[in-house]
Design a binder for this molecule. Structure first.
Ligand SMILES: *Cc1c(COP(=O)(O)O)cnc(C)c1O
Length: 454
C-alpha cells in the first residue's frame, strides 16, 4: 500500500463514558420517529469518518473494524471518491440512464467487464442495492434458461426483499413472519468444514448437494445455482477446496447458470478482486454491491453476454440504477483500489491479523473458546464455542460473541458479529487502515476474547 493521507487523526480516543449526551439526545429523537425494526449495533451517532476512524458527536474516536458492513473498503472519505462526487454533483445528480444516458455508467460497465473473472464477452447492468442485484441475476437466469428453480445454500444471506428473503437461510431476524415467500427456491447443504460431521472433502460436499438437486428438482428444471463464495452473514464460512469448482462444472454441464453473490466478498476484500478467483471459478453471472461504490449506493450484475442480452429491451433497469454520483464514486474507488494495490493490502492484513489470532488460539488451547479462525484477506472471523468443546461437541457460544463485541465497543473498537448461530466475530476493516491502528484494535479484541473465556 502506498502512503495514504488521512484527514482525521488515526487514533482511538474516548472522552468519557458513552453514549455521550449528544448521542443520547439524538437517540431519544430517533426513538420517537424511526421504526424500531431498524436496529443499530452501536449506540453513538457519527460526526465524521476517515481511514480506520469513526468519530461521534460527543468527541469520541472509534476504530472501525466493520467498514459499515464491508462497504468503505477505500475508507469513508477517500480523496478520489470525494473529488469525483463533488465534481459530478455540480453537473447533474440524476437524469435516469433509461431516459437520457451518460458516460460514467458505460465506464463502470467497462471496468466491471474487465475486472470480473473470465475473458468471455460480458454485459453489465447497474442497480442500487445488493438485494436488487441478486434479484436481477435471478431474473436473467430464469429468462435466459426458460427454467424456474433456483438453488440456494444453508447459511446463505442474499438480502431483505421478498425474493432475497426466500433465498436467505436464517429465519431470525430476516424472515420470521415476513412471508409468504417467493416459490421455486430450493436449499441444499453448504460445505462448512468446521461443522461437518466427518472430514468430507470439498468435491464430495458438492456431490452431496448435486445429488439432492438431481433427486429433488431435476437438473433440467434448474435455472441457477446461487452461492456466496465466502458466506458473509452466515458466518464467514469458507467452503472446502474443490466445492465451488465442482458445483460450477456441474452447472456448466447441465445448462445451469452459476451465479456468484460477491456482494460482501468482492472488490479486494479477500485479496483478489473477487473471492471466486481463489478457486479459479468463472461465474456465469456475478452480483456485486457494498465495496463497489466507495460508500455510495451502487450494485451491479455482470454476466455472459449471451445470457444478459437474452433479455428484451426494457426488461431490466430502475429509476436510480447507476446513479451518476454513484458511478463517479465507483470509478474513483476502483482507481484507489488499483493505485494503492488494495488487493495486496488485504493480503498483508490477513498476515497481520491471522498471526495474532492464531497466537491467541494457541494460548487458549483446547480448553479455550475459539473453535476456528477462518477467512481470506481482510474478511476474517473467529467462531466461538463453549470452553473446552472446540474439538468435541463444538457447542455454539453466541453469548461470548456478544460480550466480546460489547467489550470492544466499550474500549472504542467497532466489531461486528455474524453467523447462523450468532457465535462468530467478523473482521472487515477498511483496507486503508494503518498497521498501528489495526494492531491497537486487535489488542482490544484479544483482551476481550480472554475476558470472555474467564
Ligand atoms: C449485504 C448482502 C446482500 C444484500 O445487500 P443490500 O445492499 O443490503 O441489499 C446480498 N448478498 C450478500 C452476500 C450480502 O452480504
Amino acid at each position: 500500500m502506498s502512503e495514504i493521507h488521512y484527514r482525521l487523526e488515526q487514533k482511538r480516543h474516548l472522552s468519557g463514558s458513552f453514549p455521550g449526551p449528544k448521542s443520547a439526545a439524538l437517540d431519544a429523537r430517533r426513538k420517537a420517529v424511526v421504526a424500531g425494526g431498524v436496529a443499530s449495533s452501536v449506540p453513538v451517532y457519527v460526526a465524521d469518518a476517515d481511514g480506520g476512524i469513526i468519530t461521534d458527536v460527543d468527541g469520541n474516536s472509534f476504530i472501525d473494524l466493520g467498514s459499515g458492513i464491508a462497504v468503505t473498503t477505500v475508507g469513508a472519505t477517500d480523496q478520489n471518491v470525494v473529488d469525483a462526487v463533488r465534481e459530478q454533483v455540480g453537473h447533474f445528480t440524476h437524469t435516469c440512464f433509461m431516459v437520457t444516458p451518460y458516460e460514467s455508467y458505460v465506464a463502470v460497465a467497462e471496468q466491471l467487464n474487465a475486472l470480473t473473472p473470465g475473458t468471455h464477452e460480458k454485459r453489465t447492468v447497474l442497480f442500487n442495492s445488493g438485494a436488487e442485484a441478486v434479484e436481477n441475476a435471478v431474473k436473467v437466469a430464469r429468462l435466459a434458461t426458460g427454467r424456474d428453480a433456483i438453488v440456494a445454500f444453508d447459511h446463505a444471506y442474499h438480502g431483505r426483499t421478498n425474493l432475497t428473503m426466500a433465498l436467505t437461510a436464517k429465519a431470525m431476524p430476516y424472515k420470521k413472519n415476513f412471508g409468504p415467500f417467493a416459490p421455486e427456491i430450493y436449499r441444499v447443504p453448504m460445505s462448512y468444514p468446521y461443522r461437518e460431521e466427518s472430514q468430507i472433502k470439498g468435491q464430495d460436499a458438492a456431490l452431496r448437494a448435486i445429488s439432492m438437486i438431481e433427486k429433488q428438482i431435476g437438473a433440467s428444471s434448474v435455472a441457477a445455482i446461487l452461492i456466496e463464495p465466502i458466506q458473509g452473514e452466515g458466518g464467514f464460512i469458507v467452503p472446502a477446496d474443490g466445492f465451488l469448482p465442482t458445483l460450477a462444472a456441474w452447472a456448466k454441464e447441465n445448462g445451469v447458470v452459476f451465479i456468484a453473490d460477491e456482494v460482501q466478498s468482492g472488490f479486494c476484500r479477500t485479496g483478489e478482486w473477487f473471492a471466486v478467483e481463489h478457486e479459479g471459478v468463472v461465474p456465469d453471472i456475478i452480483a456485486m454491491a457494498k465495496g463497489i461504490g466507495g460508500g455510495l449506493p451502487l450494485s451491479a450484475i455482470t454476466g455472459r453476454a449471451d445470457l444478459m442480452d437474452a433479455v428484451h429491451p426494457g426488461g431490466l433497469g430502475g429509476t436510480y440504477g447507476g446513479n451518476p454520483l454513484a458511478c463517479a464514486a465507483s470509478l474513483a474507488a476502483i482507481k484507489t483500489m488499483k493505485d494503492h494495490d488494495l488487493n495486496g493490502r488485504a493480503k498483508d492484513i490477513e498476515k497481520l491479523v491471522s498471526k495474532r489470532l492464531v497466537a491467541l488460539l494457541e494460548e487458549m488451547g483446547e480448553a479455550g473458546i475459539i473453535g476456528e479462525i477462518r477467512g481470506r484477506g481482510a474478511m476474517l472471523a473467529i467462531e466461538l464455542v463453549k470452553a473446552g468443546t472446540a474439538h468435541t461437541t463444538k457447542e455454539v457460544n453466541a453469548e461470548a460473541a456478544k460480550a466480546i463485541a460489547a467489550d470492544c465497543l466499550q474500549a472504542g473498537v467497532i466489531i461486528l458479529t455474524c453467523g447462523t448461530y450468532g457465535n462468530v466475530i467478523r473482521l472487515l476493516p477498511p483496507l486503508v487502515i494503518g498497521d498501528e491502528l489495526l494492531n491497537d484494535g486487535l489488542d482490544v479484541l484479544v483482551q476481550a476474547v480472554r475476558r470472555a473465556a474467564e
